[in-house]
Design a protein around this ligand. Sequence first.
Ligand code: ME8
Length: 516
Amino acid sequence: MSFYVTTPIYYVNAAPHLGHAYTTIAADVMARHHRQRGEEVFFLTGTDEHGEPVADAAHALGIEPQELADKNAERFKALAPRLDASNDFFIRTTDPEHEAVVQQVLSKVRENGFVYEGTYEGWYCPRCADFKADNEIDEGNRCPIHHVELTREQEDNYFFKLSAFQQRLEDLYAEREDFVAPRTRYNEALSFIRSGLRDVPLSRHKLTWGVKVPWDEQHVFYVWFDALLNYYSALSYAPEPGAPASGATPASAAPGASLTERMWPASYHLIGKDILRFHAVYWPALLMAAGLELPEHVFVHGFLLMDGEKMSKSLGNVLDPFAVIDRYGADALRFYLLRDVPFGQDGSVSTAAFELRYESELANDLGNLASRTIAMVHRYRDGVAAAVTLDGELEGEFGGLAGEVQWLMDRAELTGALELIWQRVRRLNRYVEERAPWRLAKDEASAQQLDVVLSSLVAGIRVVAVLLHPYLPTSTDKLLGALGVEGRSLALARWEATDALGCKLGQLEPLFPKSQ
Ligand code: ME8
């Protein structure tokens, strides 16, 4: 089994913000979950360095695009580990290996008869690097996303014959209803297709900052075609996941097979709704034109909003993820974003909402549950949770939990899965209150009952901690470490006594200290 998940590659025209962190965190949760299943996982993120947004930003600063790209790519690269993202590779579209693959695949598209020369005229947003259809233009001839004035562009270009894929795309959507999710986004993409596909520019003549068109070096490829191909090109030159510098193949990998053979096509492309059309329409058409296999799923999440507007660098209303992580740690940010903003919908973010989730859920629900349980096992049982039969009353809620979480994860329902796990965290808190181990501890006749309660709590915490591991990697490592659980495999989320019962528990520092 292999699982290949991607984020969009981010423009390097400015520094990363919380919106970028969001998609990277979501992809990381999926990657970590699939690793827990024992699958071979490849998780890709990176930067989109060509095109007008980057060229314009560099010119405004009076520097060369490459210089800006180098500077900002470093900031995006630095963000990934700060988020605890376990990406296997970081692609930059200025990598020569990527550029070569773009030239090769798009030459193939031309050989296959889907490229011709023509003149394009239309309204263009330099921030989106995209031409706008008449029904996508806001009042004052402005971009509905960036609010900047659109420019009238006319130029001789090479075109991609998108219209040739009208029927095949309609068939794709009819045959694979889970190709794009959530359903509203599937419907939106399908209605765009049904409204009639027009050919789109494949190259730009006026720009020089891009991958050169090999059959006509006066042109560079339109940045979107260059960018989309990152998902494919990366596999041709990324090192083996988890490989030492020597590039040796991990034991789980099929011997001799390249990353492309093993990982292509992608299991999930995670994207924001701003780039739906490129991924749900252009991308499958481009792959069909090149004779390559299509991805399994495109999952489209919503926008993080601040003050009712999309958080975006061009609007200037951004939260700095580095600052949040400095203060609260990456786990808290990961949790907050996937808990508070239903994955797939828009949602507002604010410091006040973040602090509330931190205090009431991370510090109280989970942190206190863990620390008081471990403290009681130390106080009443000298640190050893007895290997006894677990409380049958909890079995119904914990027995099938891992399976339910897997089912949701297969559909990228990251907020739904987290909610399900959190219900069990709350259930364990109620269980502590109901069973009141401190009372049982006062009565020698209740000794056996106390063992069952404490061991069931320890087992329940183990189940939720294993399932929460993709969301909260650092704190669950501490917690599982204190419980004596080795490994992070999903098999450890079974509701049954494990070897860890009967061993001495460690000490646990507060997982989520109260903020100063
Ligand atoms: O579009 N809320 O790059 P980009 C949620 N280079 N997600 C957000 C967000 C917000 N407020 N702001 C940004 C590009 N994102 C192209 C992509 S892919 C082949 C090329 C996230 O820097 C979200 O994933 O504008 C969105 O799709 C992406 O960043 C856009 O990043």
